[in-house]
Write a protein of this length. Sequence first.
Length: 188
Amino acid sequence: NSVVRKDIGACTDRYLENWQPLTGPDYQRISYGHDLENIWLLMKACKTAGIPENLLSDLYRSLFEYALQYGLDRKNGGFYDSGSFNSPADRREKIWWVQAESLVAALEMYRLTREALYWDCFSLVLDWIVQQQVDWQHGDWHETIDRSGRPSGMKAGPWKGPYHNGRAMLRCLELLDLCPAAETSHSE
């Protein structure tokens, strides 16, 4: 409840110890990957706590819609890194973990709602990952793909490892078994 900026329908991630949000241009930013990851983490937390996961469905929709509106590359696929409040992404690199978390969030939302919007998002991002983010020659996923499509970054380091993408692939396989109707696109 503290991190959701209810006036815009997205979260920020810089706060004082008392949960007062830090203000100013450096802090008025949305990380699309964190918001998408928050969706499925909240779903899992609700399930673990015995709370109906649809209790927070309005929040899930709000976070996903904001990320779609401002962070999704609708032409090529993939989510950009981040952007200022209510503005298109200005950090337009595509980071490996953002793509991984978006896949899980999209399939979890599809499982919950059966709305084609989420399946179509999953498909668009997955196609982009397969074509651009995966390093088919040397393994793993490229850390970053820049605006012109060039990969950069390390394969492993303090913040880069196969954690996000490995976990995402395993969870997506589980979700695809739970959502067999998702095998064909709804956008046709």
